[in-house]
Design a binder for this molecule. Sequence first.
Ligand code: UT7
Length: 321
Amino acid sequence: MKIIGTGSALPEKSVTNDMLAGFLDTSDSWITTRTGIHERRLLSTETLRELAMKAGRAALESSGVRPEDIDYLICSNVANSYVSPSLGSIILGPLGCCCPTFDLNGACAGLVYALDMADAFLKTNRARKILIVAAEQPSRFCDWHDRATSVLFGDGAAALVVTEGEGFIDFRLTGDTHTDVMYYKRSLEPTPYDRVEEKTTPLVMEGREVFRLAVEASIRDVDALLGRNGLTGADIDMFLLHQANMRIIECIRQHLEQPKEKFPTNIQHYGNTSSASIGILMDELSRAGRLKNGATLLLSAFGGGFVTGAALMKWSEIQYK
Ligand code: UT7
């Protein structure tokens, strides 16, 4: 499998740390020092559907593939206002695609999960051209009175078009049950038979424990991918890591003993955009001409579950109009 098109979309509204300090007991210096985040984009007048469509259209346009020639749409999304139909179904028709679609919830690792699944579809001839759209609005599952979680996230979408090719070399996905360290619960409809009272609980996160799990898991995945492919950190041109916290990225970088230039970031401006984060970063780097033909990339993400996904790949340059 190789990537032949990329796209991303971000909300217009930028919210700085100082703006948050206007209604939360927080400060620019706390957020910047602990996370590296200076501002984030939040949906206000646009919708998640519109962001997903914009990213999807940009990816299709850069790939040169017509929407009607896409034969699978995989959508990565943690939550949106519809439980059913899927976000994939909602954007499929308006994008001009006519193919099977489903949403997957791999939390912040969702894009790597989607890539792994697309790779399997291509290898088994289930599809030849696949559109992946990761669209997330974590701002809508945070409690905006909780300074420990709401300051961390931003909304955004990214999309990739993939087809057969020599790009992806190896994947490593993992899962482990740690449902208590990070969760968002939505209430279900009551029934006369199930008396368990449920209520919606906005995002609950044990920040320190998630930090520890994230660093440990990402290092384990990266080391495993490098080791089993006979590579070291020095062989990787760029590490595209989930943008959750600058300090997590720095811990992984220090473990690998590689220079900062190999760890591009955009968390400063967008915060944690969940499964869209690596895709947005990839699109921006690719459009800026920073991903060279044949460059070896290592992607690594982690998220609620606890799940992780990492991928080793060679980049093929994309020509944008
Ligand atoms: O995609 C995966 C999503 N999640 C993550 O990746 C999160 C991973 N964890 C983290 O990034 C970090 O743990 C945080 C950034 C969430 C928190 O940083 P920390 O260094 O682990 O801080 P802490 O939770 O230990 O809190 C330190 C202090 C506490 O006060 P006390 O108890 O020491 O008096 C918190 O109440 O900072 C306080 N605090 C804040 N203060 C100002 C927590 N949030 C804030 C805030 N502003 N926004």
